[in-house]
Design a protein around this ligand. Structure first.
Ligand SMILES: [Zn+2]
Ligand SMILES: [Zn+2]
Ligand SMILES: [Zn+2]
Length: 157
């Protein structure tokens, strides 16, 4: 529709070339994609900020009000992790659980707070308790994950 209007305009205004139109279209498509990506990023952040436990990529996918594929969510989360806005912990079953960062790291990737995985409800939560980071002589620490497995206070009878 827009394309045909633009084409019609070109016959009146010779300054417009097909190349201009194509470039304009590519630019518009890029802008739309950019906006959509920002929207998706904001949604992921919003979802993570509303939960008190960590979330897997599947959990986030289900909570998204719009359909977003797994790869896109992984990419968004990777970027947040790079920026130090999100951290993750690998659960007992090998699943990655993500949580928003809230001044939780010693550095971007080195976190010293404990995560608790409940064997009953499978929830993985960030705990306020921190561990003292030992000095591993001669070794460089790039990333840390502290996981404690047990029964959470909600599931304990
Ligand atoms: Zn963090
Ligand atoms: Zn539980
Ligand atoms: Zn955490």
């Amino acid at each position: 529709m827009i394309f045909s209007i633009l084409l019609k305009n070109t016959s009146y205004d010779q300054k417009f070339t097909i190349l201009d139109i194509v470039q304009e279209f590519q630019y518009c498509a890029m802008e739309i994609k950019k906006t959509r990506n920002t929207e998706k990023q904001n949604l992921v952040k919003e979802i993570l900020s509303k939960t008190r436990h960590t979330m897997s990529v599947e959990d986030i996918m289900l909570a998204m009000p719009v359909k977003v594929n797994k790869t896109t969510i992984y990419r968004i989360l990777d970027r947040f992790v790079e920026k130090g806005e999100v951290h993750f912990v690998t659960g007992k079953n090998g699943k990655t659980h993500y949580a928003l960062c809230n001044n939780c790291g010693i550095s971007h990737k080195v976190h010293n707070h404990i995560h608790f995985e409940c064997q009953e409800c499978q929830e993985v939560t960030c705990q306020p308790n921190t561990l003292h980071m030992p000095d591993l002589k001669g070794f460089t620490v790039l990333e840390t994950q502290f996981l404690v497995i047990g029964i959470c206070n909600k599931c304990k009878k």
